[in-house]
Design a protein around this ligand. Sequence first.
Ligand code: UD1
Ligand code: CA
Length: 454
Amino acid sequence: MNQAVILAGGQGKRMKAPIPKPMFKVLGEPMLEWVLSACEAAELSRTCVVTGYESNQIEAYLGDRCRTVFQAERLGTGHAVMQTIPFLSEDTSGSTLVLCGDAPFIDSRTIADSLLRHTKEKNAVTVITATVEQPFGYGRILRTDSGIAGIVEEKDATDEQRKITEINSGCYWFRTADLIQLLGKITNDNKQQEYYLTDTIAIALQDGLRAGAFCSKNPNVVLGANDRKGLLKLNTAARMAVLEQHMDNGVGFCCTDGIIIERHVEIGAGTEILPGTIIRGNSRIGCNCTIGPNCIIENTVIGDNSVLNSVQAYDSVMDSDVKIGPFVHIRPGSHIASNTLIGDFVEIKNSEIGANTAISHLAYVGDSNVGEYVNIGCGCATVNFDGIKKSRCEIGDHAFIGCNTNLIAPVSLGTYAYTAAGTTVTADVPDYALAIDRGTLSIRDGYSKKKFET
Ligand code: UD1
Ligand code: CA
């Protein structure tokens, strides 16, 4: 069995927040999530996360998704892996991938390819490396003619060694049985008085075991963040990589300012995304849409040929050819059928809106089923909350709801039902009926004239 251990005990002091470093987000997801999902995508059998600083936050995030082990004192990466020995001992048949929870760009391809090399070369340990222009701060790979001799940390390196540009990504494959043996031999005899996991390489070689290095084609696998500026760099790299992928798929961007698209979002060809648009979670947008400027789309599906301008939409579904905005709030649980028009300052919540319906301005539709070809006039409200419970409104096909109508839920309106402007509807309205609720209009001649004469 091949498995993973993710080191996530670190604090990230320079972030200046009581959050474990691997929980800081890159493109909307904790760095730990990027690492864990790469392991899942590489189909490793199981994973154990080493927690330390503010461990409860990581445990709460992970739930039952994988194992965790708590490292009470942070005495180095080698010490962190020692905490997993009970986990490792449960199955020593295969290999264990050790990764850092704060280097988010490890990818499943690198994991799979390095495992192939590790297995083929019959290595006890295979280090995943990358060659970078700025090796400062990273462990340097010491090469020999026949392979690798070890890893030296920045602080322990000589000036000559510091010039080496091949660096340790912090990810390694170990034969699990060998890892357990090697961990027993690490000491903290170095400048930082830490138990370095990297010492396992030289120890393996001394013990006559094989050690190798796999240089990843993806130099981003090494990237991590030590402070907020570094985190911004990771976000920028991830953001641009996602946008470029969408461009390759035929999505248009005339300007990428303020556009943030999380990595699981799908967008069809021919769609244009305009500035200030944030698309999150599992959102899926069809072909030939125009989204933006200034939209937030979260876990929402939008059909082809739709136009959204200054819309915030959460956990909802819109079919094709909808036109929504500007300044519209679509709240969770809404389904808006095709050809629907939703105009400025409209809020829809937990409602079904039928095809070809128009809700053009200043309306609230909550907890309602609205049919097809309905017209909801300006200023209408579904009065769905009586202070204790929420109730639903049913509005039949072709109904016409006059301006400033209040529908006091629960209430139902039939097909072709009409309400007169200003009506408060407190009883069901049958098909083809008109609900009208008006006092007698009285016109008082000269009313204001008298007022101003005194
Ligand atoms: C480590 C490597 C270095 C490599 C770099 C890649 C060692 C000695 N050095 O250095 O060669 O180039 O990663 O990023 O391994 N952690 C714990 N408990 C601890 C210490 C660390 O869980 O006691 C976790 C941290 O949360 C982090 C990871 O291990 O996720 C790496 O630790 P860090 O201190 O960042 O190691 P580096 O000094 O960067
Ligand atoms: Ca680090």
